[in-house]
Design a protein around this ligand. Structure first.
Ligand SMILES: Nc1ncnc2c1ncn2[C@@H]1O[C@H](COP(=O)(O)OP(=O)(O)OP(=O)(O)O)[C@@H](O)[C@H]1O
Ligand SMILES: [Mg+2]
Length: 231
């Protein structure tokens, strides 16, 4: 479960969220929509503390972090560890795939489990191969990103997120840089994950995908956020 309570976030005098409270049920895929600049990316970045906010409380699974303005300046080691824990609970997929160009597909996926989670390299490789199979890229493990299509690169990026065994996957317009022909292969991976019970929060403009898969859509409008059922 992902919960946001009383989130307030401003950039200078521009207030994006004021006392925003939202709950994302476990195992659901939630789509986030809204006009450019309304704060969709910022919301995802606040959930995993890539972006600090003015105040609020974020809960992911069994870890909750209360945050207040000014804390960043003097962060005690224990709080720093909690933020790290929160970040490890989320896998993030960006518009641009952000793969390491000098590493193979398999190396891209195993890197964080080995370096951050201190997993043994052979265990990380075995796990990563299983994940690459799930995203349909088993035969590409030795390829370099430049040799892959955009859709394949984005599936590697999803595999890389999954390799950290996150409790929630966050996607920021994951298909917006893809040739329209390749959009479905990425959405299909997200559909599969939904069937397997992964909690996913997806910023996308694809209404049809939202209608097909999402249990609810969060719509940002005029400074408000509301849940909407799609028919
Ligand atoms: N680091 C920053 N410093 C100052 N203002 C920022 C910063 N990041 C975002 N903003 C502002 O916050 C608002 C929300 O930005 P955000 O990127 O979250 O919007 P978005 O809904 O993701 O838009 P898009 O659909 O274009 O991706 C915008 O007005 C943006 O200019
Ligand atoms: Mg954005």
């Amino acid at each position: 479960m992902v919960k946001i309570e009383g989130l307030t976030k401003s950039f200078g005098t521009h207030t994006l969220f004021k006392d925003l409270t939202l709950e994302f049920p476990p195992g659901d895929l939630t789509v986030v929509m809204g006009p450019s600049g309304c704060g969709k990316s910022t919301l995802l970045r606040c959930i995993n503390f890539l972006e600090f906010f003015d105040s609020g409380r974020i809960t992911i699974g069994d870890v909750a972090v209360q945050w207040n303005a000014g804390e960043a300046a003097n962060l005690p080691a224990e709080k720093r560890r909690m933020l790290q824990q929160m970040r490890l609970k989320t896998g993030m997929v960006f518009q641009s795939f952000n793969l390491f160009p000098h590493l193979t597909v398999l190396e891209n996926v195993t890197l964080a489990p080995v370096q951050v989670k201190k997993m043994r390299p052979n265990e990380a490789a075995a796990m990563s191969r299983r994940i690459l199979e799930r995203v349909g890229l088993a035969e590409k493990e030795d390829a370099y990103p430049a040799k892959l299509s955009g859709g394949q690169q984005q599936r590697v990026a999803i595999a890389r997120g999954l390799a950290m065994q996150p409790e929630v996957m966050l996607y920021d317009e994951p298909t917006s840089q893809l040739d329209p022909r390749l959009v479905d292969e990425v959405f299909n991976v997200m559909r599969e994950l939904d069937n397997e019970g992964m909690t996913q929060i997806v910023v996308t403009h694809h209404v049809q995908f939202a209608k097909d898969v999402a249990s609810g859509v969060l719509v940002f409008e005029d400074g408000r956020v509301e849940w909407r059922e799609l028919d």
